[in-house]
Design a protein around this ligand. Structure first.
Ligand code: 6R9
Length: 653
């Protein structure tokens, strides 16, 4: 194992003996309700993936033309539902209009200041059709890329679905990213249009999104037009013939827009995620397979029922929001809650107030949020009626068993099953997770693979490992919602995911499988940090640092952090002699400005040298030990200059 993050976790979870079987009343009503049913589905999907997925795709999705072949070609170049024509919005909206769901709440939206909006399926259809017509009027065509950089407002959902309606590929950039990050993504995708807002609300302050877009456009030449939603009412500069107000454009367009019949493999969206180099990867998802994955996992894992109010607290700027606020729940005709702001605004009880207000039944959040709730104290959730909750979910990073127990007791009142869902931007949908009516939970384990998912744990050499041996997590069979390529760089796609272990998809995570076939994910084995459940590459932060005039060289590593999971520690060799607190502050601000607030360094440590191998590679493993304050157990035989290490330790003290 090339990483030291894992070993610590293996130790702590090995002692986990607690078991939580699904409550019998939950099991009795669940979509998948028995071990036999799970086993039978899993085995069939493994032995006959085409038979299994073909049947589900035909019965669960609405096709504009039926597909001829369920899957074609070996991993990684597998095509799904070949010959089929489909539109994601028909599946998320139109088909529900033919049923009683027409006037059902599709999206319940709550703004940070407390304003609210409910969009029924009929409302959503009208708004999406209108905005799709706006896109067409602005010259957007099937196959074009559109960047969306928005706060969590209903127009974000409408914009992404409007793109899907006409077959434009959306690329959503999280509103917390910087202007530079927007420019990079615009350029990589060669987007034609940006959809944004004047700003968004975050802890009572305005996040100025339009100003960031203006700055980004100096560096991204492919953008022809900008659409701006009025949200905060803050000052913005509107450039004539380039910038348009959303509400003006929506005034006189038709509310009818036929969905375009797209190939099942038509690109639905690009979503950028951090890899082990400084350049983010444009993960590309296509329509048929992705929709099937998002829909079926929502149904199986969240046990979605028509009467549920479902809330996923993610931002739509991340994959969790794509699959589990929008595409998955809407394909199921569910009611999905969307909240604009921070969990601690106006106070630390906000999430629980929302649960009580809308009688949320299913609640899906991240371990980093759970750790913050624990810190804020039980008084906050205890002030609210949480009795509507029936199922809890977790995503983004391994959940510490103690956080799991707190979630179970304080939020779930020992009544609600918890689904700890392992998946990635690349996988499109949940891969390994309990089925809430079937799987006995063990706190800290994401338990077993869903039907259609065939994982394994292998050594660096690719050999399959036995029970309880830490190794690399891989997938041995293709699945419908897997990424198809990295936009514009198919070679990088092959190199990153399919070259390390022959014939397998390599996830980048270390894990072990226990004697019951349960998976315990330990964290990334590459140079990817997981900061508050968000992926960041150490190289991205290093590139940002060295772009500052005061920095000669930088090495960035993660270290265990109580709230964020991983904190960011930067070892910096300054160009001059200035190692003042002022300069540290300036470097922190510089990284924020280059990447965004999620990349804010926790520590800047000035140093004269960095530990390197004889071939000049920075030995990050050693730096990780120093950042964590651990004695190093790492092999230092290739270290070029031993004195560097002793010196760094001194500097850390
Ligand atoms: C959905 C999402 C993916 C990385 C993944 C892993 C970590 C996500 C996890 C988990 C342990 C879980 N991860 N869920 N680790 N248990 N339940 O988070 O996508 O942003 O692409 O991150 O997150 O390390 O490789 P993404």
């Amino acid at each position: 194992m090339s990483d030291s993050v894992g070993s610590h976790n293996i130790e702590s979870v090995l002692h986990e003996e607690r078991r939580f079987p699904p409550p019998s009343d939950f099991a009795a009503q669940a979509h998948i309700s028995s071990e036999e049913q799970y086993q039978q589905m899993w085995q069939q999907a493994k032995d006959d993936p085409a038979g299994f997925w073909g049947e589900i795709a035909r019965s669960q999705l609405e096709w504009m033309e039926p597909f001829e072949t369920t899957c074609e070609g070996e991993m990684p170049d597998t095509k799904w539902f070949v010959g089929g024509k489909i539109n994601a919005t028909v599946n998320c909206i139109d088909r529900h209009l033919k049923t009683w769901r027409k006037n059902k709440a599709a999206i319940i939206w709550e703004g940070e200041p407390g304003d609210e909006r409910v969009l029924t399926y009929q409302d959503l259809h009208r708004e999406v059709c209108k905005f799709a017509n706006v896109l067409k009027k602005l010259g957007v065509e099937t196959g074009d890329r559109v960047t969306i950089y928005m706060p969590m407002v209903p127009e974000l959902a409408i914009a992404m679905l409007a793109c899907a309606r006409i077959g434009a590929t959306h690329s959503i950039v999280f509103g917390g990213f910087s202007a530079d990050a927007v420019a990079d993504r615009n350029n990589d995708a060669q987007s034609k249009l940006v959809i944004t807002a004047d700003g968004g609300w975050r802890r009572g302050k305005e996040v100025p999104l339009k100003a960031a877009v203006d700055a980004s456009l100096e560096k991204s030449k492919s953008i022809e037009k900008v659409v701006v939603v009025r949200r905060t009412g803050g000052d913005v500069t509107m450039v004539p013939d380039r910038d348009y107000w959303w509400h003006d454009l929506m005034e006189d367009v038709s509310a009818e827009c036929d969905p375009v019949a797209l190939d099942a493999e038509h690109p639905l969206y690009i979503l950028y995620t951090s890899g082990s180099t400084g350049k983010p990867k444009g993960v590309l998802h296509t329509t048929g397979g992705y929709m099937l994955g998002a829909m079926m996992t929502s149904k199986w894992v969240f046990d979605l029922k028509d009467e549920d109010t479902y809330w996923c607290t993610a931002d739509i700027g991340w994959v969790t929001g794509h699959s589990y606020i929008i595409y998955g729940p809407l394909a199921n005709g569910a009611t999905t809650v969307m909240y604009e702001g921070a969990p601690n605004w106006p106070d630390e009880g906000r999430f629980w107030q929302i649960v009580e207000k809308y009688k949320v039944n299913i609640f899906y959040t991240a371990p980093t949020a759970i750790r913050a709730f624990i810190k804020w104290g039980d008084d906050w959730p205890n002030q609210y009626d949480l009795s509507s909750l029936r199922l809890l979910g977790s995503v983004g990073e391994p959940i510490n068993p103690e956080a799991w127990m707190w979630y179970h007791r304080t939020i779930g009142k020992e009544r609600c099953p918890i689904v700890d869902t392992w998946w990635q931007t690349e996988t499109g949908a949940i891969m390994i997770s309990p089925l809430p009516g079937v799987t006995e939970a063990k706190p800290g384990s994401c338990t077993r693979p869903l039907p259609g998912v065939v994982p394994d744990i292998v050594s660096e050499e690719g050999e399959s490992l036995g029970d309880n041996q830490g190794g690399l997590l891989v997938m041995k069979q293709p699945w419908p919602s897997m990424l198809r390529t990295l936009y514009g760089d198919h070679q990088r796609f092959l190199d990153t995911y399919f070259s390390k272990i022959d014939g397998c998809y390599f996830a980048g995570d270390g894990a072990r499988r226990d004697e019951d076939g349960y998976y315990w994910v330990m964290g990334r084995v590459d140079d990817v940090l997981n900061v508050s459940g968000h992926r960041l590459s150490t190289m991205e932060v290093e590139s940002a640092l060295v772009s500052h005039e005061a920095v000669a060289e930088a090495a960035v590593v993660g270290f265990p952090h109580d709230l964020k999971g991983e904190g960011i520690c930067c070892f910096v060799i300054p160009k001059g002699t200035d190692v003042s607190e002022e300069t540290k502050k300036e470097l922190i601000a510089h990284v924020r400005q280059q990447i965004g607030a999620i990349a804010t360094p926790d520590q800047i440590r000035f140093t004269n040298s960095l530990p390197k191998t004889r071939s000049g590679k920075i030995m990050r493993r050693l730096l990780r030990d120093i950042a964590a304050g651990r004695e190093s157990t790492q092999d230092t035989t290739t270290l070029e200059d031993f004195s560097v290490l002793a010196k760094l330790r001194e500097e850390a003290e």
